[in-house]
Design a protein. Structure first.
Length: 40
């Protein structure tokens, strides 16, 4: 997963925060994306 993909996923997730379809995203992937965003 590249940083660009992580940023896109993170942005989309921020916009759709209250949408139920976010439940498909595994917690591991979510945590990994958050760590990647926090590291930069």
């Amino acid at each position: 997963m590249t940083l660009h993909n992580a940023r896109t996923l993170f942005t989309r997730e921020r916009m759709d925060w209250n949408r139920p379809h976010l439940n498909w995203m595994p917690r591991k992937l979510y945590r990994l994306a958050r760590e990647a965003m926090g590291r930069r």
